[in-house]
Every structure is written in structure tokens, then in C-alpha cells.
Design a protein around this ligand. Structure first.
Ligand code: NDP
Length: 449
């Protein structure tokens, strides 16, 4: 698809020129601008108020040096980021990613996507994202702690429970959130809900760990139900074996599907009997080891090196839960050829634009990340609420609210797609539904803020 609306074409051109070195950010912007065209065609007021020109430029970007001392006593230097993208509907909210691939393009694409995702949850949260090119893999606990403390020593100046509330993402799990939160508390002498994804004893929410993965399945379930289908008896392939993938696999299994393959960045395991999640949790959550271990421990399971191969495994349902652009056109075609009927994205932007158009032209059900994986941030929103009211809800209470939010998100996407002449196109539906709420809020708040 390309632009027929000349205003949107000109906004995109400007971004493409200004941020020419940011491919992931441009990819995310292009998809949103292309799909909101039916709204923009009807709303000259949004154009006159420059709402879209403003939306594609972050409100603030903070880039900082993070120096820390490794176990050998040597000083190491990493780069830290916080992109505060849009605060029209609430304090900036979005995770921190620690991974060697982190750069400004990836931070901005994630921050931009986060705005629409947070809008879809129905909770008052603006969009942001942050992180560092620090790689926690192979580092001791002491090194991770010193890095996190140094990172927070700068970040603390820019965040707060009413300003910006970070959370985890790739490479930032319970351990890292704990060190980050502890340092914030020390520096501010303040115990507030400034971060989500915290441990249960110190203000975390039950079900937050499970929320993104469970939410992907709740969304997939709605998509299937709307088309007269269920999880029962289906074969599923789930990439990754981190926080999102593990709990996506857990809920898919509870719903009656058989998960036959999972992966990490070294390759994938296939288990025709259905992946044993206790073994995966032991390897990935407890030992922080490689997924190839699974094939050594489970009879009949096979490990294949390389990441893309997982999409050649025959399945009914595919749930990419590892990283951006992990399904290219070739992988999408392999899924189609093998009879896959539905894809729900757990990772952020895991399918390339070519892959999405292959899914859509072959009439697969397709749930885009900013809707399907919104359960994580929605439950972070519920964690903020519990911190504010100084109460903790039970696992079932949180899970029930999460389920309700995911059902509503699916309905909002499906209804927006239908209202704007794109029935069944949940990519357009998610972007339109997320966009309208932010756009109206920006209009109401005037220009100079
Ligand atoms: P984790 O760090 O817990 O896990 C990431 C997993 O993906 C690891 O198993 C990692 O393998 C694997 N991986 C990374 N790169 C590749 C690759 N190229 N091919 C195959 N596997 C790969 O992160 P999360 O589970 O938290 O996040 C996964 C995705 O979900 C990200 O896109 C994130 O932005 C998104 N997301 C996360 C949310 C959350 O609540 N955590 C909320 C919404 C979205 P290895 O161990 O080898 O590195």
C-alpha cells in the first residue's frame, strides 16, 4: 500500500528525510500513516491542527552515558535512552530494553508503537520507551546491579509516578526492575509506583509476569471466536522463550492447543508431543541457559540452529514472541503454504510489511502487536492503580480485568476497521482506534504544550 492522501504523503516524506537513518522507526510510522488515511480524509480539523505532524515527533528524547565497573575492576561505558513520545492521554509509559542492538531507531519505533497500544488499553497512559545497548547475557548479578544503578542515576531525573513510568522489556526482567527500582528509591527517598513489573513483595502486581503472553492468547481467542473457531486441537508455533513466549505457550496449552516449537536467538526446538513448559521454564527462567538444552533433556525433541527455520514448522496458529522483523516474506509464505490459519503478534513488530501483506492477501486472521500484546502494559496500568490505592488485587482479579481489556481491545479494533470500510483488517482497526483517542486529546490540549 502507499499514500493516496497527499498530506499524509508529505508528513511521511518529511520524517523519511529527517530520520533517514532510522529504518525501524520509519517502518512503524509508515504503517500507521497508511492505515489512518480514512480518518484523516474525513477530519480536516486534525490536519489543520498539525496533529499528525506532531505525533511523529517525540516530545522529548534523552540520550545519556552509562558508566559502570565490571568484575575485573575495568570501567565500561554504554549508551542509555529514554524516548518520551506522547503524553496526551497520560504519563509516558513503556518498557526498558537492554540488548546490544538497541539504538535510537529501535527506541523510537517502540515508543511510537507504544502510544497507540496504550491508547487501545483504555487506561490513562501515554507512550514512551527506553533502554541501553548493554547486554545482560553473561554478566554477573553484581555487574547487572552496578549497571542498573548507574543507568537509574541519570534516568531518575526524568521519570516519576506522574511523569514517566518505565517497565521491563527484552533483557529487563524481575532482577533488573528490582535493581532499578531500588536505586530510584534511594536517590529520591520516595516509595512510589515509578516502575512496573516489580516483584510481588514490593509493590508488583500478581499476573503481570503472565500478562503479555496470556493477553496474546485472549486476543487470538477473540479473533478465532469471531470466525467460528477455537484453540482446541490446534497446533501452535511460538517463537522466543522469554517472558512473553513462555506465558503465551502456557495459556495456549490451557486453551487446548499443542505448542510444538519454541526458540531463542540460537535456534529452535521441535517437540511433536507438545513442548514441556516445566523444562523450558527451568532452562530459561532458572538457569538462563540456551534452548538447545531442551533437546538434550526431552526424548524425541530436536534442536535446529538458526532462527528463521521455526516458521517452516507446520502449524495452525503462529505467535511470534521474540523480536522485531523476525517473520519476513519467505517465512510468511512458508506459514501460508503449511496451512497456518491465524497469527497473533506477541513481540513488537515481528512481521515485516511484506509478511503482513502475504498474511492478509491469503486471508489469514492477523492480530497486530499493538493490539495483541497490549495485555502487558495494560496490567502494568493495573499495577500503577494498585500502587496508587495502596492495595493488591488477587491473581484472579487481575487476570479477569486483563481478559476484559483484551476482549475490549479486539472489539475496538474490529469495530474501527468496519466503521472505516476496512472490515476484517485488524492492523487498520488497531491503528485507527488507537489514533483517534490520542488525536482528540491533543486537539483538546492545544498546541503549545
Ligand atoms: P525476553 O528477553 O524475556 O525474551 C526474548 C526472547 O526472544 C528470548 O528467548 C530471546 O532469545 C529470543 N530472541 C531474541 N532475538 C531472537 C531472534 N532473532 N530469533 C529468535 N529468538 C530471539 O523478552 P520478552 O519476552 O519480554 O519480549 C519479547 C518481545 O515481546 C519483544 O519484542 C518485546 O518488545 C515484546 N513485548 C514484551 C512485553 C513484556 O511484557 N515483556 C510487552 C509487550 C511486548 P535469547 O535468550 O537467545 O536472547
Amino acid at each position: 500500500m502507499s499514500f493516496t492522501n497527499s498530506y499524509l504523503a508529505s508528513v511521511y516524506e518529511k520524517v523519511a528525510t529527517r530520520d533517514a537513518d532510522q529504518p525501524e522507526f520509519l517502518q512503524a510510522v509508515k504503517e500507521v500513516l497508511e492505515t489512518i488515511e480514512p480518518v484523516v480524509n474525513e477530519r480536516p480539523d486534525l490536519v489543520n491542527a498539525g496533529v499528525i505532524d506532531r505525533m511523529v515527533e517525540p516530545e522529548r528524547v534523552i540520550v545519556f552515558r552509562v558508566s559502570w565497573v565490571d568484575d575485573a575492576g575495568k570501567v565500561q561505558v554504554n549508551r542509555g535512552f529514554r524516548v518520551q513520545f506522547n503524553s496526551a492521554i497520560g504519563p509516558y509509559k513503556g518498557g526498558l530494553r537492554f540488548h546490544p542492538s538497541v539504538n535510537l531507531s529501535i527506541m523510537k519505533f517502540l515508543g511510537f508503537e507504544q502510544c497507540f497500544k496504550n491508547s487501545l488499553t483504555g487506561l490513562p497512559m501515554g507512550g514512551g520507551k527506553g533502554g541501553s545497548d548493554f547486554d545482560p547475557k553473561g554478566k554477573s548479578d553484581g555487574e547487572v546491579m552496578r549497571f542498573c544503578q548507574s543507568f537509574m542515576t541519570e534516568l531518575e531525573k526524568h521519570i516519576g509516578q506522574f511523569t514517566d513510568v518505565p517497565a521491563g522489556d527484552i533483557g529487563v526482567g524481575a532482577r533488573e526492575v528490582g535493581y532499578l527500582f531500588g536505586q530510584y528509591k534511594r536517590l529520591r527517598n520516595e516509595y512510589s509506583g515509578v516502575m512496573t513489573g516489580k516483584g510481588i513483595p514490593y509493590g508488583g502486581s500478581l499476573a503481570r509476569k503472565q500478562a503479555t503472553g496470556y493477553g496474546v492468547c485472549y486476543y487470538m481467542n477473540e479473533m478465532l471466536k469471531d470466525n467460528g473457531l477455537t484453540f482446541e486441537g490446534k497446533t501452535a508455533v511460538i517463537s522466543g522463550s522469554g517472558n512473553v513466549a513462555i506465558y503465551c505457550a502456557e495459556k495456549a496449552t490451557t486453551y487446548g492447543a499443542k505448542v510444538v516449537a519454541m526458540s531463542d536467538s540460537s535456534g529452535y526446538v521441535y517437540d511433536a508431543n507438545g513442548i514441556n513448559l516445566d523444562v523450558i521454564k527451568q532452562i530459561k527462567e532458572v538457569e538462563r541457559a540456551r534452548i538447545s538444552e531442551y533437546a538434550k533433556r526431552v526424548d524425541g525433541a530436536v534442536f535446529t540452529p538458526g532462527c528463521n527455520g521455526i516458521w517452516t514448522v507446520k502449524c495452525d496458529l503462529a505467535m511470534p514472541c521474540a523480536t522485531q522483523n523476525e517473520i519476513n516474506a519467505e517465512s510468511a509464505q512458508a506459514l501460508v503454504d503449511n496451512g497456518c490459519i491465524a497469527v497473533a503478534e506477541g513481540a513488537n513488530m515481528p512481521s515485516t510489511p511484506d509478511a503482513i501483506s502475504i498474511f492478509q492477501s491469503n486471508k489469514l486472521l492477523f492480530g497486530p502487536a499493538k493490539a495483541a500484546n497490549a495485555g502487558g502494559v495494560a496490567t502494568s496500568g493495573l499495577e500503577m492503580t494498585q500502587n496508587s490505592i495502596r492495595l493488591s488485587w488477587s491473581f484472579d482479579e487481575v487476570d479477569e480485568k486483563l481478559h476484559g481489556i483484551m476482549v475490549n481491545i479486539y472489539a475496538a479494533c474490529a469495530n474501527a476497521a468496519k466503521a472505516y470500510g476496512r472490515e476484517g483488517d485488524l492492523v487498520a482497526g488497531a491503528n485507527i482506534a488507537g489514533f483517534i483517542k490520542i488525536a482528540e486529546s491533543m486537539m483538546a490540549q492545544g498546541v503549545a504544550y
